[in-house]
Write a protein that binds this ligand. Sequence first.
Ligand SMILES: NC(=O)c1ccc[n+]([C@@H]2O[C@H](COP(=O)([O-])OP(=O)(O)OC[C@H]3O[C@@H](n4cnc5c(N)ncnc54)[C@H](OP(=O)(O)O)[C@@H]3O)[C@@H](O)[C@H]2O)c1
Length: 357
Amino acid sequence: MIPATHRQIRLVARPTGYPKGEDFQTVESPVPEPGPGEFLVRVVYLSLDPYMRGRMSDARSYVPPVALGDVMEGGTVGEVMRSNHPGFDVGDVVEGRLGWQEYAVSSGKGVRKIDASMAPISTALGVLGMPGLTAYFGLLEVGQPKAGETVVVSAASGAVGGLVGQIAKLRGCRAVGLAGSDAKVRYITDELGYDAGINYRTVPDLDAALRAACPGGIDVYFDNVGGRITEAVSRHVNMFARFAVCGLISQYNLTEPEHAPRNERFVLVNRVRIQGFLVFDFAARYKEGLAQLAEWLRQGHLRYREDIVDGLDRAPGALTDLLHGRNFGKMLVRVGPEPAAARGPGGAARSVPRGRS
Ligand SMILES: NC(=O)c1ccc[n+]([C@@H]2O[C@H](COP(=O)([O-])OP(=O)(O)OC[C@H]3O[C@@H](n4cnc5c(N)ncnc54)[C@H](OP(=O)(O)O)[C@@H]3O)[C@@H](O)[C@H]2O)c1
C-alpha cells in the first residue's frame, strides 16, 4: 500500500558549529507520481555521512550546497513501488541519492540495482558502496601501500577507516588505527585485525603512543580527521611517506580554522606526498572496486559494523551524533522495513544495538 502523503526533511537554516534540530524541518508532502520514464522508490535505508555537514554550508566546495527549503541530500537504498521505466521493475532494490524522505521519484540517473541475494541491502551504502570505494581507491591508489610498510588510519573504526585497515592487512602492511574510545580500539584490533590501536582522546602522550605503535615509522597516513592528529602523525613519517587526505572531520564544525599542521618542514625533509582525493575521482573504476570489495566480503576478509537508528525523524540527531563521533560503525537510518525478499538469514546479527559495544 502506497500512502497518499510521506515525510521529507528539509534544510531550513545554515548551521553555525554543529547542526541543530532547528536547522531542519519535517514536512508532510504528497507522494509523487512517476511520469513517463520514471519510477517511484520507497526508501528503506538512508545513509548519514560526514560530507552532509559541508552540504549544509554555503562555503565554496566541490559541489553546491543544498538550497534552503530543499530536501536534504543523502544516499539511500529502497524498493521500486511503481515503474514507467523499462530498466526498473516493481520490487527491484536500488541504491541512489534520493535524499532524506520516505518516497522519491527517479529517472534512473545515478541509480543502480542491488543484488539482494549477495549481501544485506544496507551494504550498498557501506562496504559495497561509497565508503567502501573511498577506502579502496583512497588507500590503494592515493596511499600506494607496499607490503611491509606501516599504514596509520584515523577514525579507524568508522565506515571508511574500518575498511582501510583491513585492506592494508590484505596488502601485507602493518595497520595502526586511531579511534575515540576504548571499545572502538578493541574493535579494530580484536575484530578487524589492526595490529595496534590508540585511543587518541585518552592517551596521555600521542607522540609516545605513535612511536610505540609504529616502531618502523609511518609510510602511509590515511587521514580522515585532520587537525592535531594529523600534526602528531606528521612527526613520525618515513622518507617518501604518502598522506591520502580523505576527510577533515575534526574541522567541519569549527567556526574558526584550527592552526594545524604547523610543521611543514616534515614534508620537505622527508619528501612527503600529501594528496587529497574525492571518491568521484575514481568513478570510471567503481565497477572494478565494487567487484573486488564483494569478492573480499564473500571470502570473509572484510568485516563491518552498522549503527542503525529507526525512523526518518531521528536523522538530524543521528547526523549530529556522527559529527561528534558518537556513532560506532556505518551510520544508517532505517526509514522503513526491508522488502521481504531482502531479509536474508543473519541480517539482524550484523548490526549492534546503539549504546552497546
Ligand atoms: N574523500 C572522499 O571522497 C570521502 C568519502 C567518504 C568519506 N570521506 C571522509 O572520511 C571520513 C570518515 O567518514 P565515514 O563516513 O567513514 O565516517 P565514520 O568514520 O563512520 O564516522 C565519523 C568518525 O569521525 C570521528 N571523529 C568525529 N569527530 C572527530 C574529531 N573532532 N577528531 C577526530 N575524529 C573525529 C569519530 O570517530 P572517533 O570516535 O574514532 O573519533 C566518528 O565516529 C570523514 O572525514 C569523511 O568526510 C571522504
